[in-house]
Design a protein around this ligand. Structure first.
Ligand SMILES: O=C(CO)[C@H](O)[C@H](O)COP(=O)(O)O
Length: 223
């Protein structure tokens, strides 16, 4: 099974957003990854509803919305209305995570939980069966173009083993510093969805890079 590739709109050229969206539409990308940052949960501010609605207007693929914000519960319904297909909230930002996940499902979206590099996978044990996706951050969230943290590989392996018992259909998405140099080992570890910002948008041909990531040959596929 080929991996899910979700180019991150954060790394697109915002002055040519429609052009970059059309590129993603006609590429082998599966999802649009939409990073929302509030300047509180992470030390950066990206964009909010108007940009998200503009993306939705042209995108013909699912919008995978990653909320790097405090109090995400306040905004779930609005992100669903703005066109999200899936909404991922941070474990570290939610006090009543089970309730938040229920709200995401009630809004009609797929539900994901993201964990920061320092957050142990085992903390997800009691929520795992309620999730469609876990997003494993392989950089500290807030900025594109950072260096992949190698410890992510063992976290993905541990999570896939836990999911085999509790939620075999779980999508494990990796976000941060992902590219052609590490996607194969991440697939072998058990991940099956990948966010790629810099790797795609700094490439000479972004659509070819998306295709190369999508069609990577993997020795021992475990998904
Ligand atoms: O969530 C993010 C930052 O918080 C970005 O999606 C992520 O960093 C992807 O960018 P890159 O592939 O350039 O690392």
């Amino acid at each position: 099974m080929k991996p899910i590739i979700a180019p991150s709109v954060l790394s697109a050229d915002f002055a040519n957003l429609q052009r970059d969206i059309e590129m993603m539409n006609s590429s082998e990308a599966d999802w649009f990854h939409v990073d929302v940052m509030d300047g509180v949960f992470v030390p950066n501010i990206s964009f909010g509803f108007p940009v998200m609605e503009a993306i939705k207007k042209y995108a013909v693929k699912p919008l995978d919305v990653h909320l790097m914000i405090v109090n995400p519960d306040q905004y779930i319904e609005r992100f669903a209305q703005a066109g999200a297909t899936g909404i991922t909230v941070h474990y570290e930002a939610c006090v009543h995570l089970h309730r938040t996940v229920q709200s995401i499902h009630q809004s009609g979206c797929k539900a994901g939980v993201a964990i920061n590099p320092h957050t142990p996978v085992e903390l997800l044990k009691d929520i795992l069966s309620d999730l469609d996706l876990v997003l494993v951050m392989s950089v500290n969230p807030g900025f594109g173009g950072q260096k992949f943290i190698p410890n992510t590989l063992s976290k993905v392996k541990e999570l896939r083993a836990m999911a085999a018992r509790l939620n075999p259909d779980l999508i494990i998405e990796v976000d941060g510093g992902v590219g052609i140099q590490n996607i194969e080992s991440l697939i072998q570890a058990g991940a099956n969805a990948f966010v790629a910002g810099n790797a795609v948008f700094a490439a000479e041909s972004p659509s070819k890079m998306i295709s190369d990531l999508k069609n990577i040959s993997v020795g021992d596929i475990r998904i």
